[in-house]
Write a protein that binds this ligand. Structure first.
Ligand code: ADP
Ligand code: ZN
Length: 526
């Protein structure tokens, strides 16, 4: 059992002020801190910038002993340790960059109880000598930052993260607080299962970032569009994400030639240049950082005014994370993605050498991303629906809301689509249902004898295109008539709302998909 100083306990808010200088807890912070102080396993799912770090930093300071913080990146650890030291807190990290003497000091401070937070990478945690010393230390609790690294279904899978549970058990009977900004229901379940914390206290806040504006543009003359946009937003800070190091270099140069102060950032640059470019961006010596996704984790620049994806991202999780770096101060934040199917083909090529499971997963993530780009439905509703959050209405603050694609009304089609989901025992994904409705050749339709169902081929009476039916099914999911099964990605089930609909249908308004390829072929810039 953790020993909490009672006097300190009742004055968490005073300690918040005294140590960090903040007068209020944000959102669920206080409840989360109380949960871990009560030695309960705690699972925190909050978007980037919500203030997750404080949820383990403050409890670490009001308990006896040392809190162990597991973090995936040395840069992240260093960042936090520097910040905490600036607040006068004894926090240190243990990783391969330390000298023997530094390492001994960390161990000494831990064993004599003066160290309050020990940051450690999962690789270091598995080392025998570290484990031995942790067993001898007085550890208050374990915090697992970026906990989505546990899940293969997330976007930053780290195999060593899966060993954490075993190691923690080895150290002792310790409460665990896991934190992540990414949790589709599937990733969330995976984390809880792997950490054996199914009955943890869960704190999940809305992923809606109301101040962010989302837009997707066809990738036509993208460089010209990019330059124009940045010039129109002169003096504002922004991030431009590209897929490859080569594109990063190229775009940074194009921007410089056009009198825009931009610097490149990617893993191929030497660490000193990388650090210097990052600092120049943070200190406003450069307005724009052009980067691969290597840039951003743990970066806390509150006034990033735009995040532009020059190339399409690999997943919606990634997209949400990266765009989440805009407008952290709650003010303006524009998120623009340039999209073309060519980029998707490129991304698919990356998956060629992966194992079958990995490839399937990567393809699934990419399909979701493509669907996000193509659908004419409110972007925010789509994003939130992807994270398992239902929105009652369109947001009115995204390109699809402000410049809607053509709308159309359907009723019989909705009933038909919902019945098809029901008749296949709710065990198939949208593309299977679309094939079934259009009687499109598909070995599974035949092997499951779905060609004998009365809905088979019935969709053709309304529309013969598989894409049309996929779009309808996806839109019905976002509108809450269909649920996606969390255990089995992509599998559709008729929701309560959908069941009521079949009994008592009414006209539903859907949006036509975008046709970027046509626009690109025509060279229209809208
Ligand atoms: P996350 O890990 O969720 O992305 P951080 O822990 O980096 O978020 O916090 C984001 C920012 O919010 C930081 O600058 C942090 O100092 C600040 N912050 C956290 N909690 C509070 C609070 N209660 N009051 C004011 N600022 C806070
Ligand atoms: Zn919208």
């Amino acid at each position: 059992m953790m020993q909490v100083d009672q006097v300190v306990h009742v004055t968490l808010k005073e300690r918040l002020k005294e140590i960090f200088g903040y007068s209020q807890f944000r959102g669920d912070q206080e409840a989360i801190i109380n949960s871990i102080l009560a030695s309960r396993n705690t699972f925190v799912i909050m978007p980037t910038g919500a203030g997750k770090s404080l949820c383990y930093q403050l409890p670490a300071l009001v308990t006896h002993g040392t809190a162990v913080v597991i973090s995936p990146l040395i840069a992240l650890m260093k960042n936090q340790v520097d910040q905490l030291n600036a607040f006068g807190i004894n926090a240190q990290f243990l990783n391969s960059t330390l000298t023997k003497a530094e390492m001994n000091k960390v161990k000494k401070d831990t064993l004599n109880g003066t160290l309050k937070l020990l940051y450690i990478a999962p690789e270091s945690l598995t080392k025998e000598e570290n484990l031995d010393f942790l067993k001898r230390a007085n550890i208050s609790f374990v915090a697992i930052d970026e906990a989505h690294c546990i899940s293969e279904w997330g976007h930053d899978f780290r195999p060593e993260y899966r060993k954490i549970r075993g190691i923690v058990d080895n150290i002792g009977d310790l409460p665990v607080i896991a934190l992540t900004a990414t949790a589709t229901p599937k990733v969330q379940q995976d984390i809880q299962k792997n950490l054996q914390m199914e009955n943890a206290d869960i704190f999940k806040t809305s992923f809606n970032r109301k101040n962010l504006y989302y837009e997707v543009k066809p990738k036509i003359d993208a460089k010209k569009q990019l330059i124009k946009y940045i010039k129109n937003n002169k003096g504002k800070s922004g991030i431009v994400y590209c897929l490859s190091r080569k594109t990063v270099e190229e775009i940074a140069e194009v921007l410089n030639v056009n009198d825009i102060k931009a610097l490149p950032y990617h893993a191929g640059l030497d660490p000193a240049t990388r650090m210097a470019n990052q600092d120049a961006f943070l200190n406003e010596e450069a307005d724009v950082i052009v980067a691969t996704i290597a840039f951003g984790m743990g970066i806390d620049k509150p006034d990033v005014r735009f995040v532009i994806h020059y190339d399409a991202p690999k997943s919606l999780e990634g997209y949400y994370q990266e765009t989440g770096r805009a407008g952290r101060d709650g003010l303006e934040g524009n998120c623009i993605m340039f999209y073309s199917y060519d980029d998707i083909v490129k991304l698919e090529k990356f998956n060629k050498d992966k194992s079958v499971t990995e490839r399937d997963n990567a393809r699934h993530l990419l399909t979701e991303m493509v669907s996000y780009a193509n659908l004419g439905t409110c972007r925010r509703r789509q994003l939130l629906s992807y994270f398992g959050e239902y929105m009652e209405k369109d947001c009115g603050f995204c390109d699809n809301c402000l410049k809607p694609t053509e709308r159309f009304k359907v009723q019989d089609e909705v009933v038909l689509a919902l019945r098809a989901v029901e008749q296949t025992d709710e065990r198939f994904d949208a593309s299977h249902i679309a094939d079934l409705l259009t009687a499109t050749d598909n070995q599974y339709v035949t092997s499951y004898e779905h060609n004998k169902l009365d809905v088979y081929g019935k969709g053709r009476e309304y529309n013969e295109s598989v894409d049309y039916w996929c779009s309808v099914l996806r839109q019905l999911t976002i509108l809450g008539y269909i649920d996606k099964d969390v255990d089995n990605y992509g599998v559709l089930k008729v929701s309560e709302k959908g069941k009521r609909y079949i009994e008592d249908p009414y006209p539903v308004t859907l949006s036509k998909d975008h046709n970027y390829d046509q626009q690109i072929a025509d060279g229209e810039e809208e």
